[in-house]
Each structure stands twice: as structure tokens, then as C-alpha cells.
Design a protein around this ligand. Sequence first.
Ligand code: 5GP
Length: 181
Amino acid sequence: MTRLIVVSGASGVGKGTVLKKVMERRHDLSFSVSATTRPPRPGEVDGVHYYFITKEKFEDMIRRGEFLEYDAHMANYYGTPRAQAEEKLRHGSVLLDIEPKGARQVKTSAPEALLLFIMPPSMEELEKRIRGRGDTPEEQIVLRLERAKWEMEQRVWYDHVLVNDDADRCAQEMLKLIENF
Ligand code: 5GP
């Protein structure tokens, strides 16, 4: 059976690295590419990491009901294009890297979805990782850390909580949860 696998975790927790490792081991899984109105970071490719679209286009898609879920956070819109997720689900399970409000919407519309939450080893480590990335302005760092605290409180209603103390170990644990799902 193919399913939606939702993965949440604060920005900077290393979700991208863990998900890449999981997908290298499971070629039957595909990744849902979200649409966003935030500008691309260095190295991000349109259509690979996100679909980078305008606010007008995003709001147009909302009106047409073209999102499986969406949310506005950190002053931008982020959403999962419904048609793309449905098409990918025809070929296998689909991974969604989305924050808790979107995860809640998915759980409501698809209760069989698997919800996984990734925690950093500590808040200090998370801050170090966000700063170390060197691509986030100082005022954004403060906002992201505040948001991270709120996101981490939401982990209680996820199916499983994983700690990314080591990306390989965390990916192994995620692979096991997906296999037993
Ligand atoms: P970033 O700007 O660092 O790429 O992502 C910020 C947050 O947006 C992350 O927590 C990520 O999981 C979330 N996000 C990315 N795509 C989507 C989406 O399609 N829907 C929702 N609800 N959140 C998303």
C-alpha cells in the first residue's frame, strides 16, 4: 500500500540530509516538491527543492483548491501541490517535508499517513547548525529559533519522534519505521 509519510522538524535540524539518505536506500519512495513564495537560497534549484512561485500565483492556487495542505509561516507561503502528490502516490509512498500545521491538515484528510517528527539533540545544537549554515540573516535566526520551540511542542501528536544526533543513525531509524508501517 502506498502512503503519505510526513516528516517535520525545525529548520536546521538536518531533515534534508536524513531524507536524502532514506531515499538513497528506498528508490520506491518519492519526494513531494513544495511550492513556496520564499526566495531560493544559494544552491536551491526550482522544481527540485521547491517550486519558487509568486504570492499572486500561490493565492490563485489556494482559490482553485490546488493544495493538499498549505500554510503561511516565516512571512511566506508553503504548500503541497495536490496533483503532484496524487501522481507520485500512484508509483509508491511519498515523503512530505512540511511543518506541523500542514501535517495536521494531512492527518485530517489522510488519517492513514505516517507522521514523523525530527528533534535536534538540543536547542544549543540547533542554533549552532542554523548559524553554521551561514545563509540566514540574524533577525531571521531569532525568529526561526522561536518558531522551532513552538514546532517542538507539537511533536506530542506525531506517530514517532526521532532525534537527529547522527544523520546515518537517524536515517536508519526512519527506514525501520517506514518498513514496519
Ligand atoms: P525552509 O524555508 O527552511 O525551506 O522551510 C521552512 C519550513 O517550511 C520547514 O519547517 C518545512 O518543513 C516547511 N515546509 C516546506 N514545505 C512545506 C509545505 O509544502 N507545506 C508546509 N505546511 N510546510 C512546508
